[in-house]
Design a protein around this ligand. Sequence first.
Ligand code: 13P
Ligand code: SF4
Length: 304
Amino acid sequence: FARYAPYIRAINRLKAEKNAVILAHNYMTPEIYHGVADVVGDSLQLAIEATKVEADMIVQCGVHFMAETSKILNPQKRVLIPDVTAGCSLAESITPEGIAEMRAKYPGAPVVSYVNTTAEVKAASDICCTSANAAQIVAALPEDTVIMTPDQYLAQNVARDVPQKRVVWWAGSCIVHEQYTAQDLRDFRAAHPQTHIIAHPECPPDVVAEADYSGSTSGIIDYVARHHPREAMLVTECSMASNIADAYPGVEFLGPCNMCPYMKKISLEKILWTLHSGTEEVMVDPDVAAKARIAVERMITLSR
Ligand code: 13P
Ligand code: SF4
């Protein structure tokens, strides 16, 4: 960590000078997560925290859709992202035309879009969800058929948990979580029978079925905090285990993990440059933002 110290000091000094706040996702690397973040969390927590920001500027350490969500909720604030090219395979998989296609196919069904979507897709949707509240949102809607976009696996996992609804989905997927297979987990369990296997719901349903628990990135942390397993395998992005390892010294984190190439585009060096230069600002068309805000705020209200 010592080699990061000059960056961490410079970022924290500049952050105070510019009255900026750093919102960081749980998948940021440990030097960002522990060194410079003011708030860390899953997508839902970061969206809720974005509604409470009093600083003039938000530096979003995460992927582009997360920065857009902060901008949608704070249209009058400057929102910067250290690398504007930090995308997401899910957000890239659907456009507003895709939403229109789904609406034409399932007339009258509400569209629940994962927050892992562009502002334009959120604006074309009825309500948003995250992995932390997807089942709760779908269960709360009055209609029998619900369209979920764009994560087919999250949708299939919700369909299992909310059997009273007919859930239909768009065929997007997360390039990090789709790589895990049920056989990987079975093999791992056979070799390490004591290990608690904890999977993100962006994994395919047969993978989730092999896990002891499935939840959002913060749900995963809560599970570790509640159970203090001697051994844990986090079936998600690699930084999760690195970020929480120090807080749970009695837990040995085992098993392979996958890196998100988009999340890993964010570095201390780029955060420092963004703060210094004020470039890499995230802009959302005000009309699009106004419509998208309705979908995001509905989600926040329903998750309380
Ligand atoms: P969470 O909302 O669980 O933090 O997930 C966001 C994400 O991009 C996971 O891949
Ligand atoms: Fe998108 Fe998957 Fe990366 Fe999350 S981990 S940002 S869902 S590609």
